[in-house]
Design a protein around this ligand. Structure first.
Ligand SMILES: NC(=O)c1ccc[n+]([C@@H]2O[C@H](COP(=O)([O-])OP(=O)(O)OC[C@H]3O[C@@H](n4cnc5c(N)ncnc54)[C@H](OP(=O)(O)O)[C@@H]3O)[C@@H](O)[C@H]2O)c1
Length: 249
């Protein structure tokens, strides 16, 4: 018997990286999984790899019409959501001096606005005792130069986690943040200014982690599974760091 047998989960940004690894883990544990992403080929490839317990819905989480469409597809399946993993997001490097209003709006639009309205629109579909997991970042607890806007978006999500945990406790819905450290995904390599510099950037990041390496996406997925499962039945409002100790020691 899997830990998520007979459960239905929605994972935003489930086509690559942490979201895809989590979709794989959830399917292994018996869940029916909906995944979202903007790029159709990546979405189709991910669904094909996950097998017949997975469905894909294309959409941009910063677009409210897309969110409505995503939830109407989920609703048409006729099942409440037991797990909502709000994971779509990303960012880029810019110092305060380099920052443009467009980059600020784009990062807050996807990471904060996208997350807030994903959770709001999911509310009618969340089962009692559901688990909501928000992808934060350990970057929100640090002062990495040129990562301020991204870090601030994730700090906002950590704050919303506390409020939503309180607001939804009456429905026995738990809300938690997962805070990954540097994790080997296309999103992380994509932060390098050009591909030839990616390995050097990843090596430097790994060197800052006490465990001396990047996380594998599957390791973050295991921590998300814990928060999604009944093993975390008394855990709400918290931030679980899966960061190799980077912000802890
Ligand atoms: N990798 C790390 O080191 C790390 C560390 C801490 C936190 N995180 C967080 O973990 C989450 C996943 O990142 P990742 O590293 O796994 O990156 P990734 O491999 O680039 O995956 C990002 C996923 O989100 C989707 N996505 C991005 N923007 C979207 C949008 N506006 N609407 C809908 N889907 C969108 C992507 O698909 P499309 O591009 O096709 O839309 C993809 O499925 C992000 O929230 C990121 O901030 C990552």
């Amino acid at each position: 018997m899997g830990q998520l047998e007979n459960k239905t989960a929605l994972i935003t940004g489930g086509t690559t990286g942490i979201g895809f690894a989590t979709a794989q883990r959830f399917v292994e544990e018996g869940a029916q999984v909906f995944i979202t992403g903007r790029r159709e080929p990546e979405l189709n490839a991910a669904v094909a790899a996950l097998g017949d317990r997975a469905s894909g819905i294309r959409g941009d989480v910063s677009d409210l019409d897309d969110l409505d469409r995503i939830f109407s597809v989920v609703a048409s399946a006729g099942k409440d959501l037991d797990v909502l993993f709000v994971n779509a997001g990303g960012g880029g490097f810019a110092t305060l001096e380099q920052l443009t209003p467009e980059a600020f709006d784009q990062t807050f639009g996807v990471n904060v606005r996208g997350t807030v309205f994903t959770v709001q629109k999911a509310l009618p579909m969340l089962a009692d005792h559901a688990s909501v997991i928000i992808t934060g970042s350990n970057a929100s607890s640090k002062g990495n130069p040129a990562f301020g806007v991204y870090a601030a978006t994730k700090a906002a999500l950590r704050s919303f986690t506390r409020t939503w945990a309180a607001e939804l406790a009456g429905r026995h819905i738990r809300v938690n943040t997962i805070a990954p450290g540097p994790t080997d995904t296309p999103g992380l390599s994509g932060l390098a200014p050009d591909p030839s510099q990616a390995q050097g950037m990843l090596d430097t990041m790994a060197g800052n982690v006490p465990l001396g390496r990047l996380a594998r996406p599957a390791e973050i997925a295991n921590a998300v599974l814990f928060l999604a499962s009944d093993q975390a039945s008394y855990v709400t409002g918290t931030e679980l760091f899966a960061d190799g100790g980077e912000t802890q020691v």
